[in-house]
Design a protein around this ligand. Structure first.
Ligand code: GLU
Length: 502
């Protein structure tokens, strides 16, 4: 690649970051790293009416949690700043004015009422501001020069709109979709500069991609319909010189069409990276982080939600993704979100994580549950014993609590039917025999088997009651390993307590 790779993620701070947004970040990041390029995060906050406080901080928190650190952004700085569009406000007007001077854009003075009337009028064929309606509206194309000058001088509010040509075709090559064509007659005259002097997204995105020397503009499919406006602006303003290569990522689909916040609430799965509470409505949308996901698992799952490397491989570390990723292998069809699959990835990543790595998170959960968790060394051993059984990080609470706290309920139903005096007698003898024995799992298992043989009971029939005595329920790692961690004294105590209940 001849040009330095510079890609950007350009979120508008209007709320939490949904999965589609995180995947867009990821694909941008992977592409940048693979090509030794730069990954830029630009905050597109020109629409003040949709601005939500806290959303920008949330976006950066998500990037941090996912480990997708930008090379340039509001936080890192860089040579192409500022990276927040509201702070670049003064830069945009000159481009809009240049378009007006070249006859590619025009001033429009219509009031909200006039616009409303046009949208609901019976007499026009189109209800959008376009080639068929613009001459009936109040703008510098329909008014005389003198009228326009007079309106501008009088301080009357105005916007600048692009003059979309009629009946032309705009074509461009999308790196995923191939050649994409648009009929300009169907595109409306988008506002470029608003009455408050702020650019709209359409003008700002083109000007900034140009000024920030963006080589590749990758974004979600929802922006495909805006592409003709952007390409035309690139042509009018910069003669297409240095226009980035485009790619539009497929939608992430939920059970009914595009994955939405509502799907999350309805089906009980997270659709955001981290919990997000809307400051206005106080409504919380669940996040993967709080649900108990490792960022590695979310990244791995999202990478494959719309891309594969052409093999059967499913588990990829971020370094492997960087090595293998290519935009050309991103699918153009929508990718179906499958929470069970996401959980499968998390299980795989928990299994692959060292106890040392999992320790701080497990410890924090136990502390939150007010469960004393022993020493770090002990907790690490326990994490190693149980991690294969945890799909979500939150599962560690159930899987580790009984090591530190005697059960307060016992699944006696699971034992009762087959419980008898012989078994009771077995456990009394077993408890007696281990009193002075070492506490390692192998020794305990040997004594258990020997005692069972003496009493003529199959050890298999005794394991479940033993488990229920120690754990309270039918879960947990191999029972002799549990006893080893509990130690002799606690094991005997739990046997004696439970015997009375069976
Ligand atoms: N600001 C747009 C958004 O909120 C960015 C679209 C683009 O990347 O061009 O998603």
């Amino acid at each position: 690649m001849s040009k330095k790779v510079r890609v950007r993620f350009a979120p508008s701070p209007t709320g939490g970051l949904h999965l589609g947004g995180v995947r867009t970040v990821l694909y941008n990041y992977l592409f940048a790293k693979k090509n030794e390029g730069e990954f830029i995060v630009r905050i597109e906050d020109t629409d003040q009416s949709r601005y939500v406080s806290g959303a920008e901080a949330y976006i950066f928190d998500t990037l941090k949690w996912c480990g997708l650190t930008p090379d340039e952004s509001v936080q890192q700085g860089g040579n192409f700043g500022p990276y927040r569009q509201s702070e670049r406000k003064e830069m945009y007007r000159q481009y809009a004015e240049k378009l007006v001077a070249a006859g590619k854009a025009y001033y429009a003075f219509d009031t909200p009422e006039e616009l409303e009337q046009m949208r609901h009028s019976d007499s026009t064929t189109s209800h959008q501001y376009d080639h068929s309606t613009r001459m009936k509206m109040r703008n510098s194309l329909s008014l005389t020069d003198a009228e326009t000058k007079q309106l501008l001088a009088s301080g009357s509010g105005y916007v600048i709109r692009i003059k979309m040509p009629k009946g032309e075709t705009i074509a461009f090559t999308d790196m995923i979709r191939g050649e994409v064509k648009f009929d300009t007659s169907l595109v409306d005259d988008k506002v470029l500069l608003k009455a408050d002097g702020m650019p709209t997204y359409h003008l700002a995105v083109v000007v900034d991609d140009y000024l920030m020397k963006i080589s590749h503009a990758f974004r979600g499919e929802e922006w495909l319909s805006s592409a003709p406006v952007h390409i035309l602006l690139w042509e009018y303003l910069f003669g297409l010189k240095n226009m980035p290569q485009w790619a539009h990522f497929p939608l992430i689909l939920g059970p009914n069409g595009k994955l939405s916040k509502r799907d999350g609430a309805k089906y009980g799965f997270p659709v955001f990276s981290m919990n997000w509470t809307d400051p206005k409505t106080h409504e919380t949308t669940a996040g993967f982080k709080e649900k108990g996901f490792l960022p590695e698992a979310l990244i791995n799952y999202l990478a494959l939600l719309g891309w594969n490397d052409g093999t059967e491989q499913e588990i990829f570390s971020i370094d492997e993704l960087i090595e293998k990723f290519s935009i050309e292998r991103v699918h153009s069809a929508g990718a179906k979100f499958d929470f069970e699959k996401a959980k499968w990835f998390n299980h795989e990543w928990i299994k692959r994580s060292s106890a040392q790595k999992l320790l701080p998170q497990v410890k924090a959960m136990l502390i939150a549950e007010k469960i004393s968790h022993g020493t770090d060394a002990q907790l690490e051993k326990i994490i190693d014993l149980v991690k294969d059984r945890c799909t979500l990080l939150t599962d560690f609470v159930q899987q580790t609590t009984f090591f530190f706290k005697s059960p307060d309920t016992w699944d006696t139903e699971a034992v009762k039917a087959k419980w008898n005096d012989e078994k009771k007698n077995f456990f009394e003898s077993f408890a007696e025999k281990i009193k002075n024995s070492p506490a390692d799992a192998a020794t305990l298992e040997n004594i258990f088997k020997e005692t069972a043989a003496e009493k003529n009971i199959k050890p298999g029939e005794l394991q479940l009651p033993f488990r229920i005595m120690l754990v309270g329920g039918k879960f947990g790692p191999p029972v002799f390993h549990i006893a080893e961690q509990l130690g002799i004294e606690e094991t005997i105590l739990r046997i004696n307590t439970a015997i009375k209940l069976f």
